[in-house]
Each structure stands twice: as C-alpha cells, then as structure tokens.
Write a new protein. Structure first.
Length: 223
C-alpha cells in the first residue's frame, strides 16, 4: 500500500484527536468573532491563536485592512483567511503530535538527569525543520541585541524575536524590566533576548516532535 502524502499526514495529526480539534474550533470561533466585531480587541485573537506563523502575515501584502476597491478587499480577506487556516492546521498538527502516544513501549530504565535533558531537547536539533527554525530564532535575537547595543536607534528590532518565537514570546515581553525604571533599564534587552531564546527552544522542540510524528506515520502508514 503506498504511503499517504505528507499533507495528508499533517492533516491527520491536526484532526484525529480531540485536543487538536478543540484548538481548531477555538480558532474558528475567533475568526467569526473578528468578522462580527472587527474594531474590538477580539479582532487580534485569530493572529494570536495561530502564532507564530500567522504573525509573519505582517509582511504579506494582504489582510482585512488592505486598501483597494471591493473586489481587492474581498480577495485580500480571502487570502488572509486561507493563511490563518493553514497556520491553524500546522499548530493543530503540533498539538496532535504531542498527544499521540509513542509506538515504542517505555521499557528503558530511568535515565540520569543530564541524559533526560538531552533526550528532551533532542527534537530541537535532530531534524532539519527544527534546525532551520532555530537558525531563524538565533538570527532574530542576535539582530535585536546588535540593534539594542550598537545602533543609535534600534527602532522596532524587537519585533523580529517577538514574531519568530511567538506565542510564548509574549511572556518575556511582559516580564522584562520596563524602560521606565532608569536604574534597571539595562536589564531589559538581555532579559527579553534570553526569554525569547528560551521560547524559541521550546517551539523548536515542539516542531521537532511534529517532524518525528510525520516521519513515523510515513514509516508505519495506517492500513
């Protein structure tokens, strides 16, 4: 029997378990609420719920606020909706990969703490999707630190690590020392950078788990 295509494996991970379905349902409700109340803060819910991929939409030339005539606006909203749906399916597949039980029985004895930590972090570096993602996170964090300490005006340099490590990156953004505290303001850039780096590592582990599940389904297709 031929192996199912990779999109079908991803779709299966995103739809064949209740946590992933519940997540997709919440995203669907948020999209409906956005169209019902486009001027309220709830309009940001679809982008937040489907981060980090959805936040890359800020560089795309379409979205609910696109300028143009009626046809152009409808096309832009349709393209944005397709983009959000694709982002939601990827996130749902990650959830599905996490909740899917491993086929290997837990027969190995408990490992030492360093070994357990290496095993926990291994999915972040043992596959190409996670490695590429970590490279993007590293570039964004290094660029932010360079802009914060070298450039006279860093501008919006912090938006890149915020985007690449979302949605967890909103936590270090919230807890980093604000610039309103002059005596401690120097802590804000390294604290934010370290928090984003940690969030990126967590995201890479999740992405690695997804890559492993897809590979396992390819090796052992359902009959």
């Amino acid at each position: 029997m031929p192996h199912p295509s990779r999109p079908r494996r991803l779709l299966a991970l995103a739809t064949d378990n209740w946590p992933a379905r519940a997540y997709l349902g919440v995203v669907g409700v948020s999209v409906a609420a956005m169209f019902l109340s486009p001027e309220s803060p709830v309009a940001l819910a679809p982008s937040v719920l489907t981060a980090p991929l959805s936040l890359l939409g800020i560089v795309l030339p379409f979205g609910p606020g696109a300028e143009g005539d009626g046809t152009a606006q409808v096309s832009a909203i349709g393209a944005w909706t397709v983009w959000v749906v694709l982002c939601a399916l990827v996130n749902a597949a990650v959830i599905g990969a996490l909740v899917t039980k491993s086929a290997a029985p837990p027969t190995a004895p408990p490992a030492a703490r360093p070994a357990r930590l290496r095993a926990l972090l291994a999915p972040a570096v043992d596959n190409w999707p996670a490695r590429v993602y970590l490279a993007a996170v590293t570039a964004s964090v290094v660029f932010f630190l360079g802009a914060a300490y070298v450039l006279p005006d860093p501008g919006f340099a912090g938006v890149w690590p915020l985007i690449t490590t979302a949605p967890l990156s909103f936590v270090p953004l919230a807890v980093s020392i604000p610039a309103e505290l002059p005596d401690l303001s120097w802590l804000s850039p390294p604290l934010f950078a370290a928090g984003c780096a940690l969030c990126g590592l967590v995201n890479a582990v999740l992405l690695g788990h997804l890559a492993h599940r897809v590979r396992a389904r390819e090796a052992h297709p359902a009959i």
